[in-house]
Design a protein around this ligand. Structure first.
Ligand code: SME
Length: 137
């Protein structure tokens, strides 16, 4: 229990570091899988509160990544059918899964108020961040 609190504090620091230092990162959060209920649960995040604290596998960008285990970059959220809007200001999004011992346990989700905010470099960078995050589990 105590270890989980320390981990959540570290994850929260990661969220704030990314949001505060990356100009185009406007919302940064972690979702983790609850395999029993086949849903994602919101963990630590930085940015405006969201109503979407629980997301069923398959729903929205996050839910699709829970199923695919693959990065999902959305240059323009307006062009996505299976998308859950958290804020009307959001224009683009990136979701990168977290792997622990080869198992997809959750993901980092980042929203930007700028269209087409995320490149290959963001994917590589966030894969690196998630490898560090995986060490906490
Ligand atoms: N836009 C996400 C939902 C999570 S919010 O961005 C915080 C999606 O479509 O899965």
């Amino acid at each position: 229990q105590h270890e989980n609190t320390i981990r959540d504090e570290k994850l929260m620091q990661v969220c704030h570091l990314l949001k505060d230092n990356m100009a185009q990162y406007d919302w940064v959060g972690f979702y983790f899988k609850n395999e029993d209920k086949e849903e994602l649960v919101l963990g630590p995040y930085a940015g405006d509160p969201t109503d979407h604290t629980v997301i069923p596998f398959g729903r929205g960008i996050c839910g699709q990544v829970a199923v695919s285990g693959k990065n999902f970059v959305v240059p323009d959220v307006a062009e996505q059918d299976n998308y859950i809007a958290c804020s009307i200001n959001v224009r683009s999004e990136i979701v990168v899964p977290i792997f622990v011992n080869g198992e997809n346990i959750g993901q980092i989700d980042i929203d930007s108020n700028m269209k087409d905010a995320f490149s290959d470099l963001d994917e590589r960078f966030l894969e690196f961040v998630n490898k560090e995050v995986a060490k906490l589990f």
